[in-house]
Design a protein around this ligand. Sequence first.
Ligand SMILES: Nc1ncnc2c1ncn2[C@@H]1O[C@H](COP(=O)(O)OP(=O)(O)O)[C@@H](O)[C@H]1O
Ligand SMILES: O=C(O)C1=C[C@@H](OP(=O)(O)O)[C@@H](O)[C@H](O)C1
Ligand SMILES: [Mg+2]
Length: 287
Amino acid sequence: MDAGVGLRAKPGAWAGLGNPHRPSAARVPARFAAERPARPLVLGSDCRSHGARLKVSCSRKPAGIEKVYYSADEALILKQKAEDVIPYLNDRCVYLVGMMGSGKTTVGKILAEVLGYSFFDSDKMVEKAVGISSVAEIFQLHSEAFFRDNESEVLRDLSSMHRLVVATGGGAVIRPINWSYMKKGLTIWLDVPLDALARRIAAVGTASRPLLHQESGDPYAKAYAKLTSLFEQRMDSYANADARVSLEHIAVKQGHNDVTILTPSAIAIEALLKMESFLTDKAMVIN
Ligand SMILES: Nc1ncnc2c1ncn2[C@@H]1O[C@H](COP(=O)(O)OP(=O)(O)O)[C@@H](O)[C@H]1O
Ligand SMILES: O=C(O)C1=C[C@@H](OP(=O)(O)O)[C@@H](O)[C@H](O)C1
Ligand SMILES: [Mg+2]
């Protein structure tokens, strides 16, 4: 459910507030690099721990995933992992952070469904707040700073609520004030290789991402180049997240090295595993 919150922006009231570029092991904080191996959960062609064969299917259009179907087995795993996580979550919000195109909105909806949470997309909420139908238009008619000010306002208001999954915009991590809001909940970084991001965004068109949009040239190459420089600037910010979901790690666990075949539901399952590890480690520290 994506229930927008009626936020009125006060226009003008805010005066402006891998692959080759993948982080080397040294650049990824030790706490992420030395990940405690999650309980073995084999996804993909079969799932021994449930004695069932996973038949994962997605209706994939050239422009990315239109609708995600997952098999009864995958729904079972999602439900089971959600039940494992819920007691530790204590109704806290879950914020998905990551580069544009990393799947925050897509995976966020799945997580909200299985957690019994409401889903919010902060980009959509900013559009509603300012009464302009796209982020690209907000950038064009106003400015990035205006967008960022409204983004912070939205995150501030959401942080006073509970039981939400929030798909943030890819740039939310660049403002410390936004971390003060998101840290009231649990922050999960969807870490997707730049090549996969560029393919996904080129498939839907760069017009949806004003920071990537270029009038001419190969959409993939242009997106890749811009994503690379943005990731270099932001990598350390994303690493502030409580948990990191690496699509490369999921692929290795599934016994292959192709992140493009990972479904949103398989990524959502990994996110629940990472949430469980983080929350149980935290619980052990507190007890
Ligand atoms: N696991 C996936 N595999 C392939 N395409 C995906 C996957 N997850 C999301 N997508 C596609 O990538 C694009 C960006 O997804 P989205 O959820 O909007 O990301 P974000 O909110 O992080 O920008 C969309 O076209 C979406 O359908
Ligand atoms: O990375 C960024 O700075 C942005 C990411 C976008 O959201 P998505 O991550 O959902 O694409 C949107 O907030 C805006 O285009 C800026
Ligand atoms: Mg999004």
